[in-house]
Design a protein. Structure first.
Length: 272
């Protein structure tokens, strides 16, 4: 009996994914109660030897072309069928057809996965829509859960992905997600940044009123100056000046000799 075969049956018989530490513990416990001579060597087996046996088992399955492969998830190791045989399995178990997530649910789930822990308000700041129903649907399917509360006004809930999420997507750790390091560094809108933008926008709108008046003031002054230059030689002002001169001349005329006035006097005398 070889260690690699013992490891294989333990992984196969485990109802849930099993870790290398759990396998090592089970092997040591069974070895103490076993009468075979080789069991004495397994009583103090290390976790490192179990991990080496698991690696060798996975390599054998891959080289043999077996439709079964060994996969490590967040909770440990388990046997799974290869993706190439998915259609045949669906034909056998049509009632187990998985439900697909909508694009909205996938976007929300991706935000939680890459930016966890994250609040609902921050998710809505990125997506621009309410995500109450989507979050509830993801929680009902066991993909996300409430991991705590943020140290913010109102103590909003923080959402994180579950171990079932990592099992479903076949990742051992969140660092195994595609482009995990890059996507976590990208600046995304947050609820606080959106509130700051709105407040700055309101202040700018209030401040634009006097600024607009300042810009309009020179525009109004410009047409006032132009007419003043055009009206300087204009006729109305010239006529006013001339009228004043004409009136003064008419008042001075009686002091000068007026032959027409003398003729009028002579005519009146003759008539008399």
């Amino acid at each position: 009996m070889e260690l690699i075969h013992i490891v294989e049956v333990l992984i196969f018989a485990a109802p849930e994914p099993i870790s290398s530490a759990e396998i090592a513990k089970a092997v040591r416990r069974a070895a103490t109660d076993h009468d075979a001579s080789f069991a004495r060597e397994l009583e103090s087996i290390s976790q490192r030897k179990i991990e080496n046996a698991i690696a060798e088992l996975g390599q054998r399955l891959g080289q043999s072309g077996s439709p079964i492969e060994l996969r490590e998830g967040a909770n440990g190791w388990r046997f799974v069928t290869r993706d190439d045989y998915a259609d045949w399995i669906r034909a056998l178990l049509p009632e187990m057809r998985p439900e697909k997530l909508s694009p909205a649910a996938l976007e929300t789930l991706a935000l939680v996965a890459y930016r966890q822990p994250i609040t609902k308000a921050d998710i809505e700041a990125v997506r621009g829509v309410s995500v109450d129903g989507t979050i509830q649907k993801l929680m009902d399917r066991g993909l996300i859960y409430v991991g705590g509360r943020a140290d913010l006004p109102g103590r909003p809930m923080l959402y994180e992905t579950t171990e079932d999420f990592m099992e479903h997507f076949g990742v051992k750790d969140l660092e195994d997600l595609p482009n995990a390091e890059e996507l976590r560094k990208i600046d995304l809108p947050t609820a606080e940044s959106e509130e700051e933008k709105e407040s700055e926008g309101g202040e700018a709108a209030e401040g634009e009123t006097p600024a607009a008046e300042d810009k309009e003031a020179p525009a109004e002054a410009t047409p006032i100056e132009k007419p003043s230059e055009e009206e300087t030689p204009a006729e109305p002002k010239t006529e006013i000046t001339l009228n004043i001169d004409l009136v003064s001349n008419e008042e001075e005329e009686p002091e000068e000799d007026n032959p027409e006035a003398e003729d009028d006097i002579e005519v009146r005398e003759e008539k008399a």
